[in-house]
Design a protein around this ligand. Structure first.
Ligand code: N01
Length: 644
């Protein structure tokens, strides 16, 4: 385990000279038990991001020297490293590593997320020997991050499944989005499966191709492709009351409809996959290329063209600065303003020393994951609650939220070089975090380019070669890029999902009012499980893959209950579902997403927050950690009843 770290001392020392100090310190504390050095360094660490430390060089060198000696000692003696550290030791280490107190109730979650004590802490195991899942067929819809995660768990448990995937490859959103600059804005050493950590990320926030390659490599590693039918789009799934099975209908590439039966269905279709094309008058009259960011037309050469981007969300944030240098003119049509935060690591490559340490030093990657989890997890959650006594309720929620606002304005002002006129056009009038937070991809620098213009008037209509504004002005353009987002609230659409008694999901949810217990199960739809369902999007921090892993563990436990007990159906009770949603709505009401000054796709047309989770990561982890049979109504199979 320690050989590769110590076989070349010069390489080890070179890597340590360049690698981040906090994970290094934590490896040292874990392996040596030396808490004094931890206490010595801790006061110089002021936050979880790697750039938030000011550890003096001589102290860093002390850590490096001790770590070299410790690793060499482990390699020489063959000692086993301690992995079951007491909770109070872990808390002390973690708190030192991020420069703030990590509350005790986070420790089990963090041990699990980092895989510190086990290589797959979220795996679900049978409760007794000899259970066979043969004949229990499961359909997973979608081969993106959630679908593959579901498949991996089911495969481990020996539960038969097939994945139906409309595309010709795995990857979901990361396959479909190919717009220039497409990248993740959650750090990759955390935005990746906990059970399949990648020691090769080249960037802290990787580009689309690298993420897609990781997803593909995961599918290969777990040998999942043989279970996937590519190029088939599920159009309908109907629960048969008589057989207690789902009949899943899909359209194959040659347009043939086929139906297969399943005991259970797991939807892993995501929330952000059906582009939203706004009904702007005249949109069909435009004579040039017009396409959505998620349906990027690579055949269109933007060089030297007058290009319009409609929308200023996360997709525009990445597309705009990526194409601005090439086009003759870039016109950005901003309807409402978005908050944008900067992160010094956003454009950085992972340094050679960090990459070496991640690949060769045991536990380094785990502690780095911990650090990143902490950096972007629940830290801001409390500050996203409206304080009824706050005296500036239109623009912020409370003191912490207001500070955040001021910090971001400082950043924007700085980037705009003091251009107060432009500043006034881009600073949102509502509190930070109200809409999805964006990471600055040199957006403001782009706005300062001579060939870029920010248009803030309202669009009236589109004509053959131009976009016409309500104030009567017109902008001639060659190409229009719709960065207008997705139909997030219309979940599961356009699939027709038919539950008990022929009641459809649209009967239950209407067009845009989805609800589910824990975002996973709905009464009237037995044996149907959702990943990334209602109110599971993350808007305060975290990684959606963490949420997926929580959901998939829960679903795997529910399937285990069905199989071990010969249940034909498992259906969440109406009371569990309704109580949960009442609680959820109550919490949402006071969170920033429901702020009256905010319009966003987090809410439906009745102003109800349908997409975003109001819980902390810790809350949701606790809620989903253990599936509770008491929340479900189960019916046994006829065979099981007959055998009694
Ligand atoms: O879409 P959006 P997105 N006229 O809905 C505007 C994920 N993602 O594709 O705010 C004029 O956020 C609309 O204006 P307004 C991520 O979860 C992640 O950018 O509604 N404008 C808004 O500005 C993200 O949140 C990454 O007033 C119109 C924009 O279009 C989600 O996908 C990268 C309009 C839509 O913004 C969606 O992001 C990309 C109209 N009629 C995406 N209609 C990562 O970094 C809409 N707009 C991981």
């Amino acid at each position: 385990m320690f050989e590769s770290a110590v076989k070349d001392e010069a390489a080890l020392r070179a890597a340590l000279a360049d690698a981040d100090i906090a994970p290094m310190l934590m490896v040292l504390a874990q392996l040596s038990g030396d808490m004094d050095i931890l206490d010595e360094v801790a006061p110089h660490i002021h936050g979880a991001w790697s750039f938030m430390e000011a550890v003096p060089e001589d102290l860093k060198q002390k850590v490096r020297d001790r770590l070299v000696a410790t690793l060499q000692d482990y390699a020489a003696t063959g000692r086993q490293p301690p992995i079951d550290l007491p909770a109070d030791t872990l808390q002390r280490m973690m708190s030192a590593g991020v420069g703030q107190t990590v509350p005790a109730d986070y420790i089990p979650l963090l041990v699990e997320e980092t895989q510190l004590a086990s290589e797959d802490a979220r795996a679900v195991h049978w409760r007794r020997d000899g259970v066979s899942a043969d004949g229990f067929n499961t359909v997973i819809i979608g081969a993106g991050f959630s679908g593959l995660c579901s498949a991996i768990r089911l495969k481990e448990m020996g539960i038969p499944f097939v994945i139906l995937e409309k595309n010709q490859n795995v990857g979901g959103t990361w396959l479909e989005n190919i717009y220039p600059g497409c990248a993740v804005d959650t750090p990759n050493h955390f935005y990746s499966y906990s059970f399949n950590q990648n020691d090769k990320w080249t960037r802290h926030f990787s580009r689309r191709d690298e993420i897609l390659a990781y997803i593909g490599a995961t599918a290969d590693k777990f040998d999942l492709r043989q279970h996937i039918r590519f190029g088939v789009e599920v159009t309908r799934a109907a629960f048969n009351d008589r057989t207690s099975r789902w009949e899943v209908t899909f359209q194959s590439a040659d347009n043939e409809a086929e139906t297969i039966e399943a005991n259970a269905v797991i939807s892993a279709v995501g929330q952000l996959n059906r582009p939203s094309m706004p009904p702007i008058a005249g949109i069909d009259r435009f004579q040039g290329p017009l396409f959505h960011t998620a349906r990027w037309d690579s055949s269109v050469d933007l060089k030297g063209k007058r290009v319009a981007i409609i929308g200023t969300g996360a997709s525009a944030m990445q597309t705009g600065p990526s194409i601005a240098p090439d086009v003759a003119k870039l016109l950005i049509f901003q309807r409402t303003r978005h908050w944008v935060a900067s992160n010094p690591n956003y454009h950085k490559e992972v340094s050679a020393g960090n990459r070496w340490a991640i690949a060769n030093i045991p536990f380094f990657a785990k502690w780095m994951r911990f650090q990143l989890f902490w950096a972007g997890s629940d830290g801001f959650h409390a500050s996203l609650k409206m304080d009824p006594s706050w005296n500036q309720p239109d623009i912020s929620l409370n003191e912490a939220n207001h500070k955040m606002r001021e910090m971001m304005i400082d950043h924007i002002r700085n980037e705009l070089g003091g251009d107060e006129e432009l500043l006034a056009k881009v600073v949102p009038p509502y509190p930070p975090y109200g809409k999805r937070m964006l990471r600055d991809n040199h957006w403001y620098r782009m706005l300062k380019r001579p060939n870029v213009e920010l248009v803030t008037d309202a669009i009236d209509h589109i004509a053959e070669d131009s976009i016409l504004m309500k104030d009567g002005s017109a902008h001639k353009v060659d190409v229009i890029i719709m960065a207008t987002g997705f139909q997030a609230s219309k979940m599961l659409w356009p699939m027709e999902i038919v539950g008990r008694g022929g009641r459809t999901i649209r009967d239950a949810w209407g067009d845009d009012d989805p609800r589910a217990y824990l975002g996973i199960t709905m009464p009237g739809f037995p044996n149907l499980f959702l990943t990334y369902g209602p109110n599971t999007n993350l808007a305060h921090g975290g990684s959606i893959i963490f949420h997926t892993e929580c959901q998939v563990r829960y679903i795997a436990q529910a399937l285990r209950d069905m199989i071990e007990n010969d249940y034909a159906t498992l259906e969440v009770t109406t009371s569990a579902h309704d109580d949960y949603n009442e609680r959820l709505d109550e919490v949402c009401k006071n969170m920033v997403w429901a702020h009256p000054g905010v319009t966003s796709w987090y809410k439906n047309k009745h102003n109800r927050v349908t997409v975003t989770s109001p819980w902390t990561l810790l809350d949701y982890w606790k809620l989903t950690r253990t599936y509770s049979p008491a929340d479900y109504h189960a019916e046994r199979t006829e065979e099981a009843i007959a055998a009694e």
